[in-house]
Design a binder for this molecule. Structure first.
Ligand SMILES: [Zn+2]
Length: 342
């Protein structure tokens, strides 16, 4: 077999190997085998110079033609394989957008948060503004400015978490009333939800609990405004038929002070065995009163010109009553089995 015949045979072999390659990787092996640096065809081309002069031209031409033909076949087949491989990959990686997504568990509003939202929404509807303040308070805002002087029982170690440097964990949200009044001129209409802290722990007391306070200061506000506002809130919260009654009480920073009871929203007072009101027909709901003139004076308001009323309630306790929960501590344990019931 002379050189040109050998070249022709290599070419035929190579073309059939190209056609048989099933992947781009196999195709690369074929290229290395027939056109690579140590391929027979490559060596033939390198050694053309050693051939007798009359053969060089013919062998050189055949080798170049064969190389070009193999290269063309390689590149055509490579294009076909690449397209097929891309299609296969797209098919394999395709996302079915009609499949349902991964469901994430939905959270719940905490029962206390529901009560807070409802009460705050009611007062915002009346034009009150939401005000908030720090949970770490100074002695001044938590006590002194609220007419609770040094030595008052409310300051006892048993009731208050004292921190260093005259700071306390606020025992009520009332400091926010003082901060609000110091920051603005009357009229003031604010509703103040927030966490407060006292050294207490039993089924109806926890060291941290929630309060909602409200404060209104304006010209001509009287106890009648206080009663009307809070009775409307009670009807909004417990239902239109809810009755309210006010009992005299005592708070350091209001004078006069009252406590408001609401008629039992379960039995309305008609069931002596009612589990919610224990037959009393009434439920304690909140404390309130006319802002003590001493407090108004402390923040620079003229008590001759302005009067105000303030009220405070415990949304945790309100949630206990509404949802029939016997132990306040359940609210703060974060047990999902408990929370999912609401
Ligand atoms: Zn009842």
């Amino acid at each position: 077999m002379d050189a040109t015949e050998r070249i022709e045979k290599l070419k035929t072999e190579a073309l059939s190997a190209v056609a048989g390659a099933g992947s781009t990787a196999e195709l690369e092996d074929v290229r290395v085998k027939y056109l690579g640096r140590s391929a027979e065809l490559t060596n033939t081309k390198k050694s053309i110079g050693r051939l007798p002069a009359e053969q060089r031209r013919e062998v050189g031409r055949a080798a170049n033609l064969a190389t070009r033909e193999i290269e063309e076949a390689l590149s055509e087949h490579a294009a076909r394989l690449t397209a097929a491989e891309r299609e296969a990959r797209l098919k394999a990686e395709a996302v079915d957008i009609t499949l349902p997504g991964t469901p994430y568990p939905k959270g719940h509003l905490h029962p206390t948060q529901r009560v807070i939202d409802e009460v705050v929404d009611f007062f915002v509807g009346l034009g009150y503004r939401v005000a908030e303040g720090p949970e770490v308070e100074t002695d001044y805002y938590n006590f002194t400015a609220l007419n609770i002087p040094p030595g008052h029982p409310a300051r006892m170690m048993q009731a208050t978490f004292f921190l260093d440097d005259g700071l306390v964990l606020r025992t009520h949200t009332s400091p926010v009333q003082v901060r609000t009044m110091l920051a603005q001129e009357p009229p003031v209409y604010v509703i103040v939800p927030g966490r407060v802290y006292r050294r207490d722990s039993d089924p109806t007391h926890t060291p941290m609990f929630n309060q909602i306070e409200g404060l209104a200061v304006d010209r001509g506000l009287s106890l009648a405004h206080l009663k009307g506002t809070l009775a409307a809130m009670a009807r909004s919260f417990f239902g239109e038929k809810t009755k309210t009654r006010f009992r005299p009480s005592y708070f350091q920073f209001t004078e006069p002070s009252v406590e408001m009871d609401v008629s039992c929203f379960v039995c309305g007072g008609s069931d002596p065995n009612c589990k919610v009101c224990k037959g009393a027909g009434w439920l304690e709901m909140l404390g309130a009163g006319m802002v003590d003139p001493a407090v108004l004076e402390e923040v620079g308001y003229d008590p001759e010109e302005y009067t105000g009323f303030a009220f405070g309630m415990g949304p945790d306790r309100m949630a206990m009553v509404r949802y029939g929960i016997p132990d306040l501590r359940l609210f703060f344990e974060g047990d999902l089995r408990f929370l999912r019931q609401f």
